[in-house]
Each structure stands twice: as C-alpha cells, then as structure tokens.
Design a protein around this ligand. Structure first.
Ligand code: BGC
Length: 419
C-alpha cells in the first residue's frame, strides 16, 4: 500500500510537471533597456506612471483589464486565426476584449480606435493598415494614458510601447535564400506586398540582402520588381502575366511575399500552361490553399509563422502594461522615431519535404486537408503535437490529464485500503 501511495504521489507530481510544461509560459521573462523603462516607469498598480513621455494609467492588480484589438483586415486566413487566438487568450486571462476590424480603411481604423478609447480600454493592440497613419492612434491613446501594442505590423514614427511580430526581414531572406538555392540563375520576378505595410518593405529588404550579390554578379536577372497594392492576388497575377510576356515564358523564380500573392502568380503560370513546379514560387503564412499547393507541387515553399505565440504574447503583454508590470521584450526595432521594445517570433521555411514535420505535426492544418488533392498520401493518425487552433489541447495536455486522473484514482484506492 505504501507503494501504491508512493506511486500515486509520483504520478500526481509527474502530472503536475507535465501540466506545467504543457500550460506554463513558453519562455522566461527577460528584459532589455526599453522593457526596463516600462518596469521603472510602470508605477505601482493603481497609480499612474510616466512612460515614453506620457502619463500611463495603470490598473490595480486583480482588477479586470479591458483590451481593445484593432485589426486592419480578416481577408487572409491568418488574421482569422489571430482574432480567434487573441479572443481565446483574453478569455483565459480574464480580460474583457473588444475586437474591431477596419477592412483596409485608415479612417475607419482611426475611428474605431477613438471609439474604443472613449469606451475606456486600458490597452490598445493595433494591427495597422497603414503604419504611418496609425502613429496618430498612438498619440491619441497616449493622451488618454493608454499604452499601445503594435501587432504584427510596425507602427512607424511614434512612441508605441511594444511591437510583437515575427522576424520579418529574416522571412524575406528565407524566401530569397530558398529561391536562390533552387534556381541559382535566371529570370526572377519579385512581388512585394502593400507598400503601406512596413512588413512588405522589410520583406523586400531581406530578399535583397540575399539576392543582391547574384543580381550584381549577373546570375539573376530581375524581370519585375513591384509591390502588390493591398497584398492583392490579382496584382500579383498581373505582374506575373506581364513578366511571362516579357520573357516569352522564361521565368525561373517568383519571389512572392505572401501566400495570397503566390496564389495570384500561380494562376498566371497555370493560365499560360507553364508546367507545375518548373518555376520556384515562394510564399508566406502557410495558409491552407498554399500548403495544398505545396503538397501537389504548384507552389514551392511558404514561411510558417505560428500565430499562437504571437497572439499569446500580445495579450500577456497587454495585461502587464495595464498593471504597470515589466514586459518581456528582448528585441528592439527602430520605427523612425524610437527603438521600439519588441518581441519577435521565429519563422520557419516549409516545403514539400517538411510539411508533415511542421504544419501537420503542429496541428496547424489537418493532414487530410493539406493532402486533399494528393489521395496517394497516407495520413498517420496520432501525429499532432500542439494545437495551433483555438481549442488548445494536444497530446501533452492529454498526457497531463491522464496522469492526473490516474494519480487521483490511486490516491483514492490507497486511502480506502488504509481505512
Ligand atoms: C502579414 C502577412 C499577411 C499580409 C497581408 C502582412 O503584414 O505579416 O502575414 O499575409 O500582411 O495581410
């Protein structure tokens, strides 16, 4: 019986550990100078502190935090995921959340933020449509003592409190690097995103970091180097059609900045009967139609950016800013005015070779969905590591719960035997 009790204890402890690793914070909190500024300036909860030149209002610890999330768009699948995951995290942390979507209209986005400030949000999380125009949102929020988190896209020329995103310039480098490895010479088409989105500019910077030597050396000839307004697939299609005409269908790589523009480029290739897979096409977002194209071989690669760590970091940081606590911001990104304390997540290049080991394994998309056009592909059953959707869970949580249940059962058994 002592063994039974001992075993019960071990199982309960193991389950607690497994639970902790499944649900605990993914990283420990580190602080840099800028994060420190929020620490020293973030005054005791319930009082106001001075941060970035404004009087920041803070909430007493334990009081409900009210967060406003201003989104540019829900057009790309990833933004729907962002919305759902921010909602889930806010609910988990007991915060009240207001989500507003501007549908690509700057005036609407500004107005929605004004309204949320009037309603009394404690923190604003903003995914700006136009990084320059959104600076006025930061100004108004600060005038009301409300901190602002720049989400995914950088708000330029402002004292924005925190930037949470992925390593965008590195993603551009990964796209170009992939293209260059698979098509070391030939005719290239570069399709950027919306010129009003700082991410589009950073991606292009990253792409050129890699491509410039090959262009200067003459191995790579850039046939077209344009930005697609509003990240529109149709723009990408038009750019690709023009390039096909110009080269008499002799293209080796299309460095498309996201999956939407990759889709447009591929439509143009298909319409011109260019055989699938003969032109390298990059992308970004790992959205379902793109990974399906990768599985069947029409798109070559994408950049996989798990959204859950981004959404979680935004909401966790919002809570900390509201309570005047230090924020986890190990990186810095200059926005033209200041070095913005930043937290940037790691992206990953995905192609046919590692689709299963990344997107499928993480549960980002279901295997059957990814391979819907490739019936010969066999999907294993228990191959999901971590839910990237809203539901949470996954095997780690399952193991933790099972161990906890078993531990409880054995404790009860040992207790009954001891009486
Ligand atoms: C995001 C991409 C997205 C694009 C279009 C960018 O700022 O980082 O994930 O595909 O906007 O919405």
């Amino acid at each position: 019986m002592r063994e039974a009790r001992g075993l019960a204890f071990v199982l309960a402890a193991a389950s607690a550990l497994a639970w902790g690793s499944a649900c605990g914070p993914a990283t420990t909190t580190t602080q840099n100078g800028a994060g420190g500024a929020s620490n020293t300036n973030g005054a005791a909860a319930g009082t106001a502190g001075t941060a970035g030149g404004y009087q920041r209002k803070t909430k007493p610890q334990g009081e409900k935090v009210y967060i406003g999330f201003s989104m540019d768009t829900l057009k790309e699948e990833r933004w729907q995921r962002d919305k759902a995951l921010v909602e889930a995290k806010a609910a988990e942390m007991g915060a009240q959340l207001d989500v507003q979507v501007a549908n690509g209209d700057d005036a609407v986005q500004t107005k929605q933020c004004d309204n949320m400030l009037t309603k009394g949000v404690n923190v604003l999380i903003v995914a700006p449509h136009n990084g320059e125009i959104a600076a006025s949102i930061v100004e108004k929020a600060h005038a009301a003592g409300v901190p602002v988190i720049s989400y995914d896209r950088l708000i330029k020329n402002s004292d924005v409190d925190l930037y949470v995103s992925h390593q965008v310039e590195k993603m551009g480098e990964m796209q170009a690097d992939y293209a260059l490895k698979h098509a070391p010479k030939g005719n290239y088409v570069l399709i950027g995103g919306a010129p009003t989105d700082n991410n589009a500019l950073l991606l292009r910077k990253g792409q050129m970091n890699i491509l410039k030597p090959a262009v200067d050396g003459g191995a790579v000839k850039v046939i077209s180097d344009q930005f697609a307004k509003e990240w529109k697939a149709e723009e990408a299609q038009r750019i690709t059609e023009d390039s096909l005409t110009k080269t008499n269908k002799d293209l080796q790589a299309i460095v498309a900045s996201n999956d939407g523009t990759a889709g447009g480029a591929i439509s143009a290739l298909e319409a011109a009967s260019v055989p699938a897979g003969t032109v390298i096409v990059t992308g970004q977002d790992a959205q379902l139609d793109a990974v399906q194209r990768i599985a069947k071989g029409t798109q070559t690669m994408t950049i996989y950016k798990p959204i859950k760590p981004l959404a979680d970091s935004a909401v966790e940081s919002a809570m900390k800013l509201a309570y005047g606590q230090p924020i986890d911001a190990p990186d810095k990104v200059n926005n033209g005015k200041i070095d913005v304390p930043s937290k940037l997540q790691e992206p990953q290049a995905v192609d046919k070779e590692n689709l299963d080991a990344t997107i499928v394994k993480d549960g980002y998309h279901k295997c059957e969905d990814v391979y819907k056009d490739v019936p010969s592909h066999k999907c294993a059953t228990a191959n999901v590591d971590e839910k990237q959707g809203v539901e949470g869970g996954g095997p780690k949580t399952f193991v933790a719960s099972s161990l906890a249940a078993l531990g409880l059962l054995l404790s009860a058994f040992a207790f009954a035997r001891s009486r």
